[in-house]
Write a protein that binds this ligand. Structure first.
Ligand code: PGA
Length: 241
């Protein structure tokens, strides 16, 4: 049985005070949410500790947005699995297109980060997806298959989540058609050794389109950026119909 997982990616938003205020308003909305739905919030590093304390005893799991592959070392600006584990992090986003695009993340470093997360029993959420130019050139399938091939070398598929995030749909309001997202996610699944890996869709998921997205048979959840910043919107997404 594939798990359903709805994750919020806060990116570089929310101070500690804002994160706590979000939870106060958000948590009551998910008290009656179907227990089969996993709920994850990926906050900036600085908010992880207060998030962890405020989520204690709740069903919401905590996620980070990056992880280094070494445990300790001279890696200025990086954070390791042992540090994340200590404060109760259960998930980590790896290979988000913003990291690939702005911070020089490559398939090689993505692969190292995935394996490091698993070593600390943290579940990585691997992001893959094509640019607009690649889609227009008919390269969508080839790009995604190449990312999967390189990123998943030596990765344990029993502790993994994948997010299909077409880059042109991220933060643009321009959602991928639900049926097209379903098609690509089916393709991704066909490449995996473990067909039970949950595969999310990400890219302009919002209260107005989540029901249609989640109705697709291949789509096991959503990775939500902008619409996860407001408690009411994210609650509506988690409580999709
Ligand atoms: P968005 O971001 O929902 O704001 O499009 C999704 C993501 O980057 O994970």
């Amino acid at each position: 049985m594939r798990k359903i997982l709805i994750a919020g990616n806060w990116k570089m938003y929310k101070t500690q005070a804002e994160a706590k205020a979000f939870l106060q308003s958000f948590l009551p909305h998910v008290e009656n949410t179907d227990p089969a739905r996993g709920i994850i919030l990926c906050s900036p590093f600085t908010a992880l500790d207060p998030m962890s304390q405020n989520l204690h005893g709740s069903r919401v799991r905590l996620g980070a947005q990056n992880i280094h592959w070494e445990e300790v070392g001279a890696y200025t600006g990086e954070v390791s699995g042992v540090m994340l584990k200590e404060i109760g992090v259960s998930y980590v986003i790896v290979g988000h297109s913003e990291r690939r695009q702005y911070f020089g993340e490559t398939d090689e470093t993505v692969n190292l980060r995935l394996k490091a997360a698993q070593q600390y029993a943290i579940t990585p959420i691997l992001c893959v997806g094509e640019t607009k130019a690649q889609r227009d050139a008919g390269e969508t399938e080839a790009v995604i298959l190449a990312q999967l091939k390189a990123d998943l070398v030596g990765v344990d598929q029993s502790n993994l989540v994948i997010a299909y995030e077409p880059i042109w749909a991220i933060g643009t309001g321009d959602t991928c058609e639900a049926t097209e997202a379903n098609r690509v996610i089916g393709l991704i699944r066909a490449q995996l050794d473990n067909p039970d890996v949950p595969i999310q869709y990400g890219g302009s998921v919002k209260p107005s389109n989540v029901d249609e997205i989640m109705a697709q048979p291949e789509i096991d959840g959503a990775l939500v950026g902008g619409a996860s910043l407001e408690a009411g919107d994210f609650a509506r997404i988690v409580n999709y119909e």
